[in-house]
Write a protein that binds this ligand. Structure first.
Ligand code: ASP
Length: 322
C-alpha cells in the first residue's frame, strides 16, 4: 500500500453545527481523526494535526509549517503522497503556496468541505476519501498541488472559491478541472504545463492587495507608502487599466522601489498593455508595473511574497511572473 501523509488543519470539514443555534464551530476534536479509518483500506496513513484553525486564521506561518511537515515526511518516511484538509476560504492560497514551494513530484492534494461534519449532506468525509483516492492514484504524480472537492480535481494554480455556500464552489474559470472522480475511477484529462518553483525557507515580506473601482483615487496608495510595505498587488479594471486619479500614488510607491504587480478583477483572462489613455495598461507598463500571468489577486500576492524572499530587483521579480 502507498504511504500517504494526512495533515488536518481545521476548517468546516472539522467543525460541527450547533443544533440549537445553527452556528458552525470547532469542537476541539476533529471528527476526521476518527473517520480517517474509513480511508485505511486505501493507503498506509500517517496522520497529523499540526493545528486546527478556521482558514481565515491561516497565515504564512501555517503555510510554511505545512511545507515543512511534507518535506520532513518525504525525507524521513519516503511518503508517496499527502492529503491536507483545510478550510475553504483561504484553501487556494495555501494550495498555491505549496505548489510553488514544495519541490516534489508526489501528489499533494488539498481538500475541504462546505458543510460541517454533522450537517445533512455533509461533504467532508466524502471529499476526504476522494482526496486520498486521488493521492494514491499513479497518474496524480507530477501534476503539482491538486485541489479535490465535489468529485473534481483542479490545479492549485487555476482553482478558486466561487460560491459562498454551494458544494460546487471550487472552479477553475477559463480552464476547468484537470480530472474528475467517479465511484470507481480517477480520470485525468489534462496535464498542467509551465509549473514554477520558488524555494523559500521563510516568509517575511509584507505584500498588500488592493482592488480598483470606478472613482478610486490615490489616497489608499499614499497610505500604503507610509505603512512600509514590501510589495503591492492591484486587481485592476478589465484588461489592466486604472482610474487616472490613482497615478500619483502609484508613482510614489514605484519611486520608493516598491514592486507593484497588476492582475485583473475579471476572473477570466490576463492583463495586457493594450490601452493608451491616462491610466491605461500601456502607460502602467511603461511606468514599471509588473503584469501578471493570469493569476487572481490572492495568488499573485502569494507569488510576490515568495519572489521578494529571493530578490528585490524588479527585473528579476518580473521574471517570476512570466
Ligand atoms: N470559514 C470556513 C473556513 O474557511 C469555511 C470552510 O472551511 O469551508 O475555515
Amino acid at each position: 500500500m502507498k504511504k500517504i501523509l494526512i495533515l488536518h488543519t481545521g476548517g468546516t470539514i472539522s467543525m460541527y453545527e450547533d443544533k440549537r443555534s445553527g452556528e458552525v464551530k470547532p469542537s476541539g476534536t476533529n471528527p476526521l481523526l476518527e473517520s480517517a479509518q474509513a480511508a485505511g483500506h486505501l493507503a498506509d496513513l500517517i496522520v497529523e494535526e499540526p493545528f486546527q484553525l478556521p482558514s481565515p486564521h491561516i497565515t504564512p506561518r501555517e503555510m510554511l509549517m505545512l511545507k515543512e511537515r511534507i518535506e520532513h515526511h518525504l525525507e524521513k518516511n519516503g511518503i508517496d503522497g499527502a492529503v491536507i484538509t483545510h478550510g475553504t476560504d483561504t484553501l487556494e492560497e495555501t494550495a498555491y503556496f505549496l505548489d510553488l514551494t514544495v519541490d516534489t513530484d508526489i501528489p499533494i492534494v488539498v481538500t475541504g468541505a462546505m458543510r460541517s461534519s454533522n450537517e445533512i449532506g455533509s461533504d467532508g468525509l466524502y471529499n476526504f476519501i476522494a482526496a486520498v483516492r486521488t493521492a494514491v492514484h499513479d497518474e496524480a504524480r507530477d501534476k503539482g498541488v491538486l485541489v479535490v472537492l465535489n468529485d473534481e480535481i483542479h490545479s492549485a494554480k487555476n482553482v478558486t472559491k466561487t460560491h459562498t455556500s454551494n458544494v460546487s464552489t471550487f472552479q477553475s474559470p477559463q480552464y476547468g478541472p484537470i480530472g474528475i472522480i467517479t465511484k470507481k475511477a480517477i480520470l485525468f484529462h489534462h496535464q498542467p504545463i509551465g509549473r514554477k518553483k520558488i524555494p523559500v525557507n521563510a516568509l517575511s515580506k509584507r505584500v498588500e492587495l488592493l482592488k480598483a473601482y470606478a472613482g478610486m483615487d490615490a489616497s489608499l496608495f499614499f497610505s500604503l507608502g507610509e505603512m512600509k510595505i514590501d510589495g503591492l498587488v492591484i486587481e485592476a479594471l478589465g484588461q489592466g487599466n486604472l482610474p487616472p486619479q490613482v497615478l500619483p500614488g502609484i508613482r510614489k510607491l514605484l519611486e520608493e522601489g516598491i514592486p507593484i504587480v497588476l492582475v485583473s478583477r475579471c476572473f477570466n483572462g490576463t492583463v495586457e498593455d493594450v490601452y493608451q489613455y491616462e491610466g491605461g495598461g500601456a502607460q502602467l507598463k511603461r511606468m514599471g508595473i509588473i503584469f501578471s500571468n493570469g493569476l487572481n489577486g490572492q495568488k499573485a500576492r502569494i507569488q510576490l511574497m515568495l519572489a521578494l524572499e529571493r530578490t528585490k530587483d524588479p527585473e528579476k521579480i518580473k521574471e517570476f511572473f512570466q
